[in-house]
Design a protein around this ligand. Structure first.
Ligand SMILES: Cc1cc2nc3c(=O)[nH]c(=O)nc-3n(C[C@H](O)[C@H](O)[C@H](O)COP(=O)(O)OP(=O)(O)OC[C@H]3O[C@@H](n4cnc5c(N)ncnc54)[C@H](O)[C@@H]3O)c2cc1C
Length: 384
């Protein structure tokens, strides 16, 4: 039980975004005299997900990275392309390593309190925000909330919602079939069944890999459909016998719903709750690394906190989602064209929404122009 109730910063939800922000605050002496509270309902002692992200610089969580690839493969009926990631590496973080790493660092900081409690409400106040939990109420000069309370993104008609849903199995096979030097971003060479379906494959040994059977579509499947997809894929590699070492699953909202417009003076939305999941790919972790750094800089400079805004990248994502929403089977072709016509470094810069990268138009125009023009026309004329 925590007795202090007033804080400079309260971080609600200590998952990827919340802990990355807390870690950044803990590593900057500017915040040593600021009181920080991190609240999460869970003890975060399970390996509940595997994060991958690309980087070409040292990161604050290098110690939690368990594997790096320097090659990635894209595969579809139209294209097989293997590419070096340099100057980037594609990095794997097991969530349990991340949670343990960050919790250990935070526990050495006297100004940072970690609380296990369920947040039930967050309210804007006069000069502060209040956070009500199952057991108490806390006030903060700034609250950074990564709990997805707002469900309006699910049923609004303006912004289509595509789900990125998947089940992943880490398997150990009885023979050597994987290439541990190469991660497979997307293998569309599987039955599409009218959707955008692909296998995501992260091998860490010749006989060990995480395989995620993944869809970008509206409706979720029965669990057996995903695991059947993984078994079929392994069968195609000639693997008849394997052990499942770990399992994970997820459903990441891919939407251009502007979550961040619900920010208020003392409450800022971060993580998926703040719209940090890249709408066209679901990648969130890299965004969270970049955006938590921005927040720290804004706090230090005393400028108003801005967690996200609409840019031209938001529009590209919106058009892509409109297309997948009206023709869900086209994803395999769209991503094939993107990988065919762009170097991987250009795609990473595009996904990073690197505004200095003027290659973004090239990346977007490398996909079938007709469907993009039609989606743009429909947006302009209000047909969506
Ligand atoms: C299995 C899986 C794999 C993924 N892999 C990748 C990947 O490889 N790369 C990538 O970029 N993205 C990936 N993502 C997407 C995204 O990065 C993760 O979902 C990421 O964890 C999102 O961060 P977050 O902080 O928004 O949410 P979370 O990490 O989910 O954090 C939210 C926290 O809020 C807590 N919470 C919820 N409700 C309450 C409450 N009422 N009171 C208190 N606490 C509460 C939860 O316990 C949780 O810790 C993956 C997602 C999943 C599910």
């Amino acid at each position: 039980m925590v007795t202090q109730t007033t804080y400079d910063y309260i971080i609600t939800g200590g998952g990827a975004a919340g802990l990355l922000l807390a870690l950044r605050l803990s590593q900057d002496t500017y915040f040593d005299d600021k009181q920080v509270l991190v609240i999460d309902a869970s003890s975060k002692d399970q390996n509940d997900r595997t994060w991958c992200f690309w980087s070409k610089e040292d990161t604050i969580i290098d110690d939690a990275i368990s594997y790096r690839w320097e090659n990635v493969l894209f595969k579809s009926p139209w294209l097989t392309k293997s590419e070096q990631t340099q100057p980037y590496t594609y990095n794997k973080v097991r969530s349990i390593d991340f949670y343990n790493h960050v919790h250990d660092i935070l526990s050495t900081k006297r100004n940072i309190t970690q609380l296990r409690d369920r947040v039930v409400d967050i309210q804007e106040g006069d000069g502060y925000a209040s956070v009500k939990t199952a057991t108490s109420t806390y006030t903060g000069k700034q609250v950074f909330n990564s709990i997805l309370f707002d469900q309006r993104y699910k049923n609004n008609t303006k912004y289509p919602l595509i789900n990125q849903h998947f089940v992943g199995w880490t398997v150990k096979t009885n023979k050597d079939v994987f290439d541990p030097s190469q991660a497979t971003f997307m293998d569309f060479d599987i039955p599409q069944k009218g959707n955008t379906r692909f296998m995501y494959l992260l091998p860490t040994a010749k006989n060990e890999a995480l395989l995620e059977y993944t869809l970008f579509s509206k409706d979720l499947l029965e669990r057996e459909a995903y695991t059947h997809g993984i078994k079929e894929y392994l069968d195609g590699l000639g693997v008849k016998k394997f052990d499942v070492i770990e399992e994970e699953s997820g459903c990441i909202p891919m939407t251009c719903y502007p979550f961040w417009t619900n920010n208020s003076t003392h409450i800022n939305l971060i993580g998926i709750a703040g719209g940090w999941a890249k709408a066209s790919t679901g990648y969130t972790f890299r965004n969270a690394m970049i955006k938590t750094k921005d927040i720290v800089n804004q706090l230090k400079s005393g400028t108003a906190i801005k967690t996200k805004s609409k840019t031209r990248f938001w529009l590209y994502d919106l058009l892509l989602l409109d297309i997948l929403n009206t023709n869900n089977a086209i994803g395999s072709k769209l991503f094939s064209d993107m990988f065919q016509n762009n170097r991987l470094q250009e795609i990473f810069a595009f996904l990073d929404e690197d505004a200095q990268n003027l290659g973004d138009l090239k990346t977007i125009w490398s996909m079938p122009k007709g469907v993009f023009i039609k989606a743009l026309f429909n947006r302009i004329t209000g047909r969506f």
